[in-house]
Design a protein around this ligand. Structure first.
Ligand SMILES: Cc1cc2nc3c(=O)[nH]c(=O)nc-3n(C[C@H](O)[C@H](O)[C@H](O)COP(=O)(O)O)c2cc1C
Length: 228
């Protein structure tokens, strides 16, 4: 598949079919994604992939703990505390796009149900957890941001490769809201930070939620060109 086509087709999938993804295909995707660049080729990414009973156990434990507990549980990668402009306006226009065709905003119950959908990986049969060595990411002088930057490149590769293989993905901060649960189920050692979950599977194209593409701001808001 052409890279431009993969970039244009990729979007966050929030409804998956239950059909499993073959282990060999997941291995191929991760191996190819490793071609991402990184600081001095340090390759700071590691992945733990869960499916079947292991993923179900994680999902059930997340749902049982519920969304409220998140307020008292510090995520290993902190959520933003503040949303200054222009970022808050971008969230609002995303919400306006989601609410298009509705007569009311999302209710509290709908918000709660959405969080449970998150915890169940929107029905995806597998989740790729991104792990990063704490000793490289969290250094004495502060966070080594470059390591997370490199991981982002690898994650984007995974998401584009998934499109190439007819799969869909969604990067999910909510999938790692309770890292202790994932750590226990998968036996991930304390020295690895559980940074992100990437739900992966075959999109349920009949579900209207998979149809929309989220908008982007105009080019002149985010790029300046000099010396042309
Ligand atoms: C690091 C990261 C974490 C995200 N976490 C969540 C999440 O927990 N739940 C969710 O529904 N979407 C999550 N998203 C998806 C974003 O909302 C989505 O990428 C954005 O709205 C743009 O839409 P698009 O991916 O369809 O282009 C996350 C995306 C990123 C990059």
């Amino acid at each position: 598949m052409d890279v431009i086509q993969a970039i244009k087709e990729r979007k966050s999938i929030r409804a998956f079919k239950p059909d499993p993804v073959k282990l060999d295909l997941l291995k191929t995707i991760i191996e190819q994604a490793q071609r991402a660049p990184s600081w001095a080729n340090t390759q700071p990414w590691e992945f733990a992939v869960a499916a079947g009973k292991k993923l179900k156990a994680i999902e059930e434990a997340f749902v049982k703990r519920g969304a409220q507990a998140m307020q008292n549980t510090p995520a290993e990668v902190a959520r933003p505390y503040e949303y200054p402009e222009p970022y808050i306006s971008r969230i609002k226009s995303m919400q306006a796009q989601e609410n298009r065709g509705r007569t009311s905003e999302m209710t509290k119950e709908e918000g709660e149900a959405r969080m449970m959908d998150n915890f169940r990986h929107y029905g995806a049969p597998a989740c790729i957890y991104l792990l990063v060595g704490k000793n490289f990411l969290l250094q004495s002088q502060g966070v080594n941001v470059w390591a997370m930057y490199d991981c982002g490149s690898a994650v984007q590769n995974i998401m584009l490769l998934a499109v190439n293989y007819g799969l869909g993905t969604i990067a999910q901060a909510m999938a790692v809201a309770y890292p202790d649960i994932i750590r226990k189920e998968l036996g991930i050692p304390e020295d690895k930070l559980i940074a992100l979950g990437i739900a992966i599977g075959y999109p349920d194209r009949d579900n209207p939620i998979t149809k929309d593409f989220r908008e982007r701001v105009p080019l002149d808001e985010i790029a300046r060109f000099y010396g042309f």
